[in-house]
Design a protein around this ligand. Structure first.
Ligand SMILES: *Cc1c(COP(=O)(O)O)cnc(C)c1O
Length: 394
């Protein structure tokens, strides 16, 4: 399926049809598999092909369809699906690292990613250097001859800072460090991280890939050597497998992924335009809008600005809460990439755990709102947000 365009791969990629010729992908809701003979069981344990399965923790036909579909879209040799985005991040990092290793990580990370890198890895003797992800000089200074990998989110949460992946990759490659990219915010539709130099790409499928708020899931993509040689042994024995039912939901989500992401990104840009000039908005951050300090880099690296924007309202936390409570269409929640638009107050929810100094360092101010833009009518959304801003009285 190499020469086909993304939309075609999203609909047809990875399909394994049973003898019944079903149109919709089958859910193989089975833990185990039956062997035609004792010899066949022995042979499969010795060396199972990609079409032979042993136990659902190791692999499953519905899960394999999802893995092959996303690997085909991303242009990766292989993929391993996981129970959640965090199982993917944990599996990718733990499978590559051992005591005594050194890694460099961007400081602005999704809360649970930060917990793994800051709290868990050091407990196992892994040394971590944090850098300001947008500062290439800081990466160059932090990466050492013995650095094993660099870890970053291509667009940071919630301030949508952009890491120059090609730049960081060039620095990492000089010392042979692996480049691990959590690409959730940029989406597989808008950014081709492997082409920019990534060695390993991670998604929380819970976000845009499901896109309709149903299931947790995740996936790690990379070379066949890495996925089958390094990652699979770790994940199949530690139990982070994706359920076949959730894999099926993700397969169905992928069929509309391109359409949804593009529609949501267009609405996000329209909202950024409406908000940037608004008197109650002191700052509006959308990678596709000229107010974003890194718009040029964003547009070099991504096809569109993504589906999330962040903005700061006047009046600090009181202003932010007044805005949130006045919304009628946009929901207060913390997922993103959903067909329903979602507003989040990072300072008191997703980033509550950070102290004031850490919040300030990451730009998480009391008035900051993160808005994940959904599939509702664009005009209705703009009106809802503008109306809610009238509730901000300072
Ligand atoms: C949501 C998210 C994760 C974790 O994914 P789950 O599916 O919730 O485990 C990791 N990284 C980023 C950037 C995310 O947005």
């Amino acid at each position: 399926m190499h020469d086909l365009k993304a939309r075609t791969k999203l609909v047809h990629g990875g399909v394994r049809r049973s003898q019944y010729g079903e149109m919709s992908e089958a859910i193989f809701l089975t833990q185990g598999f039956v062997y035609p003979s004792a010899e066949a069981a022995e042979a499969r344990f010795l060396d199972a092909s990609r079409e032979e399965f042993i136990y659902a923790r190791y692999g499953n036909p519905t899960v394999a369809m999802f893995e092959d579909r996303i690997a085909g879209l991303e242009g990766a040799e292989d993929a391993f699906a996981t129970a959640s985005g965090m199982a993917a991040v944990n599996g990718a990092l733990m499978s590559m690292l051992k005591a005594g290793d050194h890694i460099v990580s961007a400081r602005a990370l999704f809360g649970s990613c930060l917990y793994i890198v800051e709290n868990i890895l050091p407990r196992f003797g892994i040394e971590v250097t944090f850098v300001d992800g947008k500062d290439l000089d800081a990466w160059a200074e932090a990466v050492r001859d013995d650095t094993k990998l660099v870890f970053l989110e291509s667009l940071s949460n919630p301030t949508l800072e952009i890491v120059d992946i090609a730049g960081v990759s060039a620095i990492a490659k000089r010392v042979g460090a692996q480049v691990v990219v959590d690409n959730v915010f940029a989406t597989p539709i808008f950014q081709r991280s492997f082409e920019l130099g990534a060695d390993v790409v991670i998604y929380s499928a819970t976000k845009h890939i499901d896109g309709q708020g149903r299931c947790l899931g995740g996936v790690v993509l990379g070379s066949q050597d890495y996925i089958r040689g390094t990652l699979e042994p770790y994940l199949k024995h530690t139990g982070g497998a994706l359920s076949p039912f959730n894999a099926w939901v993700m397969l169905k989500g992928m069929e509309t992924l391109d359409l949804r992401c593009r529609a949501q990104a267009e609405s996000a840009l329209a909202l950024a335009e409406a908000l940037a000039a608004h008197p109650k908005v002191t700052k509006c951050l959308y990678p596709g809008h000229s107010d974003h300090p890194q718009q040029a880099l964003a547009m070099r690296q991504m096809e569109a600005g993504g589906t999330v924007l962040s903005f700061e309202v006047t009046g600090g936390q009181a202003g932010a809460f007044a805005f949130l409570n006045a919304l009628e269409i946009v929901l207060i929640s913390n997922n993103l990439g959903d067909s329903k638009s979602i507003a989040t107050h990072p300072a008191t929810t997703t980033h509550q755990r950070l102290d004031d100094a850490q919040k300030a360092l990451l730009g998480i101010t009391p008035g900051l709102i993160r808005l994940s833009v959904g599939l509702e009518d664009r005009g209705d959304l703009i009106e809802d947000v503008k109306k809610a801003l009238t509730a901000v009285t300072v």
